[in-house]
Ligand binder design. Structure first.
Ligand code: NAI
Length: 262
């Protein structure tokens, strides 16, 4: 395939949108793509966090950061911002990493469905699931036209099996991402667009810091590799899934979890 024959160094020339790029896993992914020579759309709700990630990319001295303040749950904002970025860059994003996600009440204490505010349920679905739909809806017309595109969605081990640290809204969205990814891979494969997902285990980020030491120690006990994962380890897998080295891989949800769930 043309992709497999592409011998340029890694991601040079690529326009990569990373959502939730202001912190944690998203920041590591944005940095990883920049180091491989990509132009990186640093999308986040938090303007300060965008500035920090963009500064790290500038320091790294490779690639380029394009700050994109937006709420992925807001369709009008996503469509408008991505269309403008495409015009400014001279070409639309050809790669999207749908990393933005929230896990309310992530404090290691039980948060039963009977205690859940309906507005909180809807917000989790809006960010974790609808946010991915929004970027994909906005970018796939141009990807189809170009005959190439790379999409990586963020699931979680919590979307495959019970995890005591999260609540049912979070688990439901992370399972939904698996089915969404499979269907999109089938729909978009004929157009040269690959769609995969990542299912991290417990990764050391601001989101997980809130869970506390006891909950995280318990997770480490259940993980064969006996440690938390690092954001860069998730980033490396995202880089692989969008590189020519995975040119026949689509529709898969890849665990990056130290064997937490097998
Ligand atoms: P984090 O909370 O450290 O960072 C998330 C970033 O997303 C923040 O910068 C936040 O401002 C941004 N964000 C939140 N809502 C947004 C919205 N509506 N629009 C735009 N940006 C928004 O989270 P972390 O831990 O880096 O997680 C990243 C992704 O990985 C999430 O989808 C999470 O569910 C998933 N994940 C994380 C795991 C972990 O152990 N940390 C495990 C499995 C999955």
């Amino acid at each position: 395939t043309p992709e497999a024959l592409d011998t340029r160094p890694s991601h040079a020339g690529r326009h990569v949108l990373v959502t939730g790029a202001g912190n944690g896993i998203g920041r590591a992914i944005a940095l990883g793509f920049a180091r491989r020579g990509a132009v990186v759309g640093v999308a986040d709700m938090n303007a300060e966090a965008i500035a920090e990630t963009s500064a790290l990319i500038a320091q790294a001295g490779f690639g380029r950061a394009v700050p994109l303040p937006l709420d992925v749950a807001d369709w009008d904002a996503v469509e408008g911002t991505l269309a403008k970025a495409g015009r400014d860059l001279g070409a639309p994003f050809d790669t999207v990493i749908n990393n933005a996600g929230i896990s309310p009440k992530h404090d290691g204490k039980p948060h039963g469905v009977w205690q859940m505010d309906p507005a909180e349920w809807r917000r989790v679905v809006d960010v974790n699931l609808n946010g991915s739909f929004n970027t994909i809806r906005a970018l796939t017309p141009a990807m189809r036209e170009a005959g190439r595109g790379w999409i990586v969605n963020m699931s979680s081990v919590a979307g495959k099996t019970h995890s005591p640290i999260v609540a049912s809204h979070y688990a439901a969205t992370k399972s939904a991402i698996v089915g969404f990814t499979i269907h999109l891979a089938a729909e978009l494969g004929p157009f040269g667009i690959r769609v995969n997902a990542l299912a991290p285990g417990r990764i050391e980020t601001p989101m997980v810091a809130g869970a506390g030491k006891v909950a995280n120690d318990e997770q480490i006990r259940l993980t064969p590799m006996a440690r938390l994962g690092q954001p860069a380890e998730v980033a490396d897998t995202a880089l692989w899934l969008t590189s020519s080295e995975s040119s026949f891989v689509t529709g898969q949800t890849i665990d990056v979890a130290g064997g937490l769930y097998m």
